[in-house]
Design a protein around this ligand. Structure first.
Ligand code: B3K
Ligand code: ZN
Length: 873
């Protein structure tokens, strides 16, 4: 397979102005008729052939302006249809046959649980009909869906329904019209035996919108939260961005087999059932929050993505980075803002930093790719969002809003580039953002080495920041970036933020300084007392900050920093220092000794006044094994696990009474609601329980068992079950697992959790369990959620996946090889943990590489090929 390059971009020679489609549904032989109004681009060569994309299509007929084309007039190969000598304007009609039931890749038109659905982004539409499958071709669509009245009573497509009627042979049809020009990746069709919950929304200009959530009958009681989230998102986008909805109908559909979380098809968002269905008894607090965020994300795409779309797929972050930023802000406004930031950053620093440091590292705007599906990454999405956040910090909130207004207005109905977006921000703010643009083209995470010195005599604080971005594949040399560093100086005597004076100017107590050069020294004057600097507040830039904080400095920031995020981060840094010592002790077989400063810090937190329970729960949570691993030069999975367990147990032993008190103070009999207050209480209670269970004493076990049997809500039940299964008390865990598995055998989303809990345990029997569970009737390799819940979760199980006999790697490779044939997109994603081989000891490196080599020897999809080649390069 050959890569495509951003620098080769050419505007399309022909555009489609209007698209009419008729689907005659059949599992083995669906007929798709297309009628396309096509125009040659004014600047295009009059002799340019018309080239359409098309894959896995059986061509039945083809005509131009109602004249059938004979076979010499066109050429078809496995990927394209070319027609030479076409007029300047014409109507192209085609009919093709496709087989949705054979489609296991879940791209294009496929079947899930007997219903029909589509996934077209990025290049799935070419599996439906011959078409210029690129986002810069935007057309209005009229779509007729014909199906069986019994099997497919519901027939949906984008836009508003125009007409419906009965046909011969028990068939019926519905015709839909979408007046907003769109690229074909936003096309959607759904047909099946579905039921809807309906609600209404009045937009700020008074437009009445019908809202529907379509699900299978047994899930009708799991739609309330998605609907409520949708309405909150609609209000929020009006208030925060002045954006209102633009059709009479907005539909969400839940499907069981879906590669990603959801898809923002115009007016007809299709969701992975895991990203929409919730019920107190089946979904955890985290799932409720995830649903809220994804519903909002897809809704926000209606403007950032649909009304204004991407010129080409290299610009993917234009819509994704911006939309993730928008959904992050929405969730922050709706729930606890500091917790949202802590959770996002904690995930980002673990997973995106790892991506940026590995062989698949790529810029937010890649300059080439083989398979675009491989680029729906944490870099495009999450780092893209961090860059938009930096932009807002650089230009200020007001200019940012004016910039986004200008962007939506100026480019409405167009397919544009990242320059167009940043250009609007530069225009409304007057800022020079040219150096800032490097964030989009340079891969890798910048390291910032910082140090500071307090000059008592002159009352000055000298802060030196040095940036350097490590080489990444294809980018050996990096240029300095424009990095906004939000900071304060916390006085060690007063415990307060000091007023900052820089270059003779008072800039406040909390300010953004701009690092543009390789190295810069900032001299703060009028600094009356020795300060501890609080840097990168709220994680103001996606960088690794190194500052030689002492443990005393960190304990000080933990209690005094005015920035909640940095208070949490100080705790994490303090814990990491202690963990470092313990990892070394474990490796050297020296007795482990707990750092009393960490115990004291936790004690202060537990005994202090609790202002925000959700933040406290985060502060009491130790860095994950994956994040600890990120900080180590060579990952020693066993030492990391042992060190972290040692810290957990030491804290539990030292602070047992406090944890019991916290637990008891946060038990409630109230009926479940996913409110910030209740979620905060449950998180705090469940963190306390996890400490108590780490020492497996009688009281902890009793509380855990009682919480499991109380069966009050899934958050509590899942936490209790996880702690039992991850303990050494199989006598308690086995019956609990069994009863849970039997109770929920009918619910695929709960069974996903049941799989994950079992294969995440640290005990040594996990590999056998994975193999055994792969034979379980509830498991299927064809269902992406199942693959993620069982295989994906196992590959995150650090001690077991990285077994020294290499069997964990081998199992993953076996699955990748099989999935490569069924679903290349999921197969390619699943390889990720193996691509990180450089981070491990030599024995494991050899084992991991040999599995990658074994995969490489197979006939491969472009998706898997691209990832494996990069991993072994
Ligand atoms: N835009 C979709 C991505 C689906 C692509 C799958 N190959 C989901 C989202 O970001 O909203
Ligand atoms: Zn998105």
């Amino acid at each position: 397979p050959q890569p495509v390059y951003l620098s080769d971009y050419q505007p399309p020679a022909y555009r489609v102005t209007h698209t009419e489609l008729t689907f005659d549904l059949d599992p083995a032989a669906t007929r798709v008729k297309a009628r396309l109004l096509i125009e040659r681009h004014a600047k295009a060569d009059a002799n340019a052939p018309l080239v359409l994309n098309g894959e896995h299509l059986k061509l039945i007929s083809l005509s131009i302006d109602a004249t059938p084309l004979n076979e010499s007039a066109y050429q078809v190969d496995a990927e394209t249809l070319s027609i030479a000598n076409v007029p300047e304007r014409f109507v192209l009609e085609s009919e093709v046959e496709i087989a949705p039931q054979e489609n296991t890749a879940l791209e294009g038109l496929y079947q899930s649980n007997g219903m029909y659905c589509t996934q077209c982004e990025a290049e799935g539409f070419r599996r439906i009909t011959f078409y210029p499958d690129r986002p810069d071709v935007m057309a209005t669509f009229k779509v007729t869906v014909i199906g069986d009245q019994q099997r497919e009573p519901v027939l949906l497509a984008n836009g508003n329904p125009l007409e419906r009627g009965e046909l011969e042979g028990g068939r019926h049809f519905v015709t839909w019209e979408d007046p907003h020009p769109k690229p074909c990746y936003l096309f959607a069709l759904v047909a099946g035996n579905l039921h809807s919950v309906e609600d209404h929304f009045t937009t700020m200009s008074g437009r009445e919108v019908t809202l529907q959530v379509w699900v299978e009958q047994e899930n009708l009681d799991k739609t309330e939260h998605a609907m409520a989230s949708l309405k909150r998102a609609m209000v929020w986008d009006e208030q925060a961005y002045g954006r209102e909805y633009d059709l009479d109908l907005f539909m969400i559909v839940a499907v069981n087999d879906f590669n990603m979380g959801a898809m923002e098809n115009k007016g007809l968002n299709i969701f992975n059932s895991a990203a929409v269905l919730t019920h107190p008894h089946t979904a955890t607090d985290a799932a409720f929050q995830n649903v809220e965020g994804i519903v909002a994300h897809e809704y926000f795409h209606n403007w950032s993505g649909n009304r204004v779309t991407c010129r080409d797929w290299f610009q993917l972050s234009l819509k994704e980075g911006f939309t993730v930023f928008r959904d992050q802000c929405f969730s922050a406004d709706t729930n606890s803002a500091p917790v949202k930031r802590i959770q996002d950053v904690s995930f980002f620093r673990t997973a995106q930093f790892a991506e940026d440091a590995g062989p698949t590292a790529h810029p937010i705007r890649p300059d080439h790719f083989i398979e675009i599906t491989n680029f729906y990454t944490l870099t495009i999405y999450e780092k893209g969002a961090e860059v938009v956040r930096m932009l807002r910090n650089l230009v200020g909130e007001e200019n940012f809003r004016r910039g986004s207004d200008l962007y939506f207005e100026r480019f409405d109905g167009q397919a544009v580039t990242i320059e167009d977006f940043v250009g609007c921000m530069a225009e409304t703010s007057g800022e020079d953002l040219s150096q800032f643009m490097r964030w989009y083209s340079q891969a890798g995470t910048p390291d910032i080495d910082a140090h500071g010195e307090y000059d008592y005599v002159h009352g000055e604080y000298h802060l030196t920041l040095r940036q350097r971005t490590p080489a990444t594949p294809g980018q050996p040399d990096k240029l300095p970036l424009h990095i906004p560093v939000r900071m304060g100086l916390v006085g060690t005597k007063s415990g307060q933020d000091l007023t900052l004076t820089l270059n003779g100017e008072k800039i406040g107590k909390d300010a953004v300084i701009h690092l543009r050069d390789d190295e810069q020294t900032f001299v703060f004057t009028d600094v009356a007392e020795a300060p501890v600097p609080s840097l990168l507040r709220e994680f103001s830039a996606p960088v690794k900050l190194h500052f030689p904080y002492s443990r005393e400095d960190l304990a000080f920031l933990l209690t005094h920093d005015s920035d909640g995020f940095n208070r949490w981060d100080a705790g994490q840094r303090l814990a990491l220092l202690a963990l470092d010592d313990l990892i070394a002790a474990h490796r050297n077989s020296v007795e482990k000794v707990m750092d009393s400063r960490v115990v004291d810090a936790f004690k202060t937190l537990l005994n202090g006044p609790i202002s925000d329970k959700a933040v406290l729960a985060e502060m009491l949570t130790l860095p994950s094994e994956a994040y600890i691993a990120e900080q180590q030069p060579i990952v020693d999975v066993d030492a990391i696990h042992a060190a972290r367990e040692f810290v957990r147990q030491s804290l539990a032993l030292a602070l047992r009474e406090e944890f019991v008190a916290i637990y008891e103070a946060n038990v409630t009999e109230e009926p479940y609601a996913p409110t910030p207050e209740q979620i905060a209480q449950r998180s705090l209670k469940n963190v306390a329980l996890s400490y108590l269970m780490s020492i497996e004493d009688e009281q902890g076990l009793a509380l855990c068992e009682a919480q499991f049997s109380a069966d009050h809500n899934m958050t509590d039940v899942r936490q209790a079950l996880t702690l039992l299964v991850h303990s050494d008390r199989d006598d308690l865990a086995s019956p609990a697992l069994k009863s849970f598995g039997e109770k929920w055998a009918h619910d695929p989303l709960v069974m996903d959790q049941w799989f994950t809990i079992q294969v995440s345990r640290p005990q040594g029997d996990v590999l056998e369990r994975v193999k055994y569970l792969m034979q379980h009737p509830a498991f299927s390799l064809k269902n992406p959620n199942k693959v993620r819940a069982l295989i994906g979760a196992f590959a995150q199980n650090r001690v077991n996946f990285h077994r020294l006999d290499g069997q964990g790697y081998q199992l993953l490779a076996d699955v990748v090889i099989e999935l490569n044939r069924l679903n290349p997109e999921i197969a390619a994603r699943l390889i990720t943990p193996l691509t990180r081989w450089q981070r491990f000891d030599e024995t494991r490196q050899v084992l991991m590489r040999s599995q990658l080599e074994r995969i490489r020897q197979q006939p491969l999809s472009p998706n898997v090929y691209e990832v494996v080649e990069k991993a072994l390069a």
